[in-house]
Design a protein around this ligand. Structure first.
Ligand code: AMP
Length: 190
């Protein structure tokens, strides 16, 4: 079983790459951001709870996010593996994920970071905001706040996974297909 975490700042290309890798390796793709957006669109209780945090570019509280992630994993008991995209984003989430997976006799195979410079990401996200209508992608201040959240709360996970010898880093700038090929090389070795 291959369970992969795609890691990187907002706009680094995690969702784009996950869409290719899930087909190539027959994995279930779970994007916590997509699940929250789906819940907001469908006006669920979870959506209502998450919305104010997302609108400001802040992280949704751990307890809510962890519960949601676990129920998404439970929906695919026969999966050959998972790609986690946008989760974990805090140490508490990473610890909860390890405990949850080990209860299921599963574990993380690798955490792969896509590295892209923040100024380039701002350009990418503003463009994506125009195309998708995502409000958190349309305002540079909110985008910078998401980077601040990443740097303060998510970046420490690099050491967390390095200590487990599971951390890989790739240059996230280049042709999309080139980056998919670099990721696939790593996945094939796992
Ligand atoms: P994303 O689509 O991954 O950029 O996520 C969009 C927004 O959803 C983030 O800015 C957070 O508000 C929220 N979110 C997504 N994943 C998480 C997570 N693992 N922990 C907390 N908040 C999250």
């Amino acid at each position: 079983m291959k369970n992969i975490i795609l890691f990187g700042k907002p706009g680094a290309g995690k969702g784009t790459q996950a869409a290719f890798l899930k087909n190539q390796f027959n994995l279930v793709h779970i994007s916590t951001g997509d699940v929250f957006r789906y819940n907001i669109k469908n006006q669920t209780e979870l959506g209502a709870l998450a919305k104010s945090y997302m609108d400001g570019g802040d992280l949704v509280p751990d307890q809510l996010t962890i519960k949601m992630l676990e129920s998404e994993v439970e929906k695919s008991p026969d999966a050959a593996g998972f790609i986690f995209d946008g989760f974990p984003r805090t140490t508490a989430q990473a610890e909860a994920l390890d405990v949850f997976l080990s209860e299921k006799k599963m574990s993380i195979s690798a955490t792969i970071a896509l590295d892209v410079d923040e100024d380039l990401l701002v350009d990418r996200l503003l463009k994506r905001g125009l195309e998708s209508g995502r409000t958190d992608d349309q305002d540079e201040e909110k985008i910078r706040n998401r980077f601040d959240e990443y740097n303060a709360k998510t970046a420490p996970l690099i050491d967390f996974y390095k200590k487990q010898n599971k951390f890989y880093e790739l240059d996230g700038v280049g042709e999309i297909s080139e980056i998919t090929a670099r990721l696939a090389d790593i996945l094939e070795q796992l």
